[in-house]
Write a protein that binds this ligand. Structure first.
Ligand SMILES: O=C(O)CCC(=O)C(=O)O
Length: 352
């Protein structure tokens, strides 16, 4: 974050009992940092499951899975979108507890207050992040997300809020989230190519960022237009977090927030792993909201991203590597096949 002044999160926990003050803070800063919202025991149960899968996959140093902070095995570090990463990630993500945690009554009550709506829709596509450490200066693209807004991905309602929560302690250097206070007021920002996990980032040169140490149970809540990023994990352990979107159920919701279109599996195969299968109250719960206004995905942002990656790839711009990898993995042909060809012609990455 060159030239960016980094300050600690504003701790809004003392405002929890005064909804007007809480809302005013969210409107001013575009985010809230709240300590101890989720029960630590519930978060620990999810973390145990995720670490058990990581251990089985060889992602942890042998015989460390039960440690408070088990070190990752640097020889088995893999990154999204590598198939080896996605297979393990899927085993982590399909567990019922991963989904149930983000429906905790304390979170739902808070989101009712913040959205001003009793009927809050929890997006079913919950995001679990398990990020291997990467030493500062290691070769290849950064595994952290760059500065971005959620709106181009999630679309739908302008009133959507994201809840980000760590499954293990995280801080500057171990992957804490960082936000740009008051960055939500300028609408959707243009993007530029970036050597980050997401390949593109908002075209901003921030003066001031907020970040800090976060612990299991803490939550960061921010608007769909608040600029934020994951910071690098240069520690010893996996950086584990969940992020989920909540919106008034009466507002438009984008179809891609409900479906698993870009995955090689569907919701039925997720529920097959759960004891009660599709009889589970969390299975297809969004279909029980009457009159959801489901809107089609606007592909303009995706086309712009693909074209930017392909154009930069044509001129062999090394900055395009990550964006080309993502286009090759997630886009449809012909963009995906062209991206794969251009990737092979890119100069070998330098240390970043
Ligand atoms: O955890 C991260 O690295 C990024 C999270 C994020 O972008 C989000 O929650 O919207």
């Amino acid at each position: 974050m060159t030239d960016t002044q980094v300050e600690p999160f504003f701790d809004a926990t003392p405002l929890l009992d005064t909804p007007a003050a809480l809302l005013s803070r969210l409107h001013t800063d575009g985010y809230l940092y709240l300590r101890g919202v989720l029960p630590v025991a519930d978060v620990a149960a999810v973390r145990r499951h995720v670490l058990a899968v990581a251990d089985h996959a060889g992602w942890l140093l042998p015989a460390t899975a039960d440690a408070a902070d088990p070190p990752a095995d640097p020889h088995n570090a893999v990154w999204d979108p590598a198939p080896a990463y996605r297979t393990v990630h899927r085993q982590m993500w399909t567990h019922r507890d991963v989904h149930a945690l983000m429906h905790h009554p304390r979170l739902l009550a808070l989101l009712t207050t913040l959205t001003g709506h009793v009927d809050v829709l929890v997006h079913p596509r919950k995001v679990l992040r398990a990020v291997h450490p990467r030493p500062a200066g290691a070769a290849g693209a950064s595994a952290a997300t760059g500065w971005h807004q959620d709106f181009p991905e999630i679309q739908g309602s302008d009133n959507t809020l994201t809840v980000w929560t760590p499954l293990a302690p995280a801080g500057p250097g171990t992957g804490a989230l960082a936000v740009l206070p008051a960055s939500h007021r300028g609408g959707v920002l243009p993007l530029r190519l970036a050597a980050t996990a997401v390949g593109w980032e908002a075209d901003v040169y921030p003066q001031r960022a907020h970040t800090g140490h976060v612990s299991p149970g803490d939550v960061l809540i921010f608007t769909a237009h608040t600029v934020h990023r994951g910071t690098a994990n240069t520690g010893r352990s996996l950086r584990l977090s969940l992020d989920v979107r909540y919106q008034p159920a009466a507002d438009p919701v984008n179809e891609t927030c409900l479906e698993l279109r870009d995955e090689p599996f569907g919701w039925d195969s997720v529920y097959d792993q759960w004891a009660a299968r599709t009889a589970d109250p969390l299975a297809y719960y969004w279909q029980r909201h009457t009159r959801l206004d489901v809107v089609p995905y606007d592909t303009r942002f995706d086309h712009w991203r693909e074209q930017t990656a392909l154009t930069a790839g044509e001129r062999r711009d090394p900055t395009a590597r990550r964006a080309l990898e993502i286009t090759a993995a997630y886009s449809a042909p012909p963009a995906a096949t062209r991206a794969a060809t251009l990737l092979r012609a890119l100069p070998t990455p330098r240390n970043t």
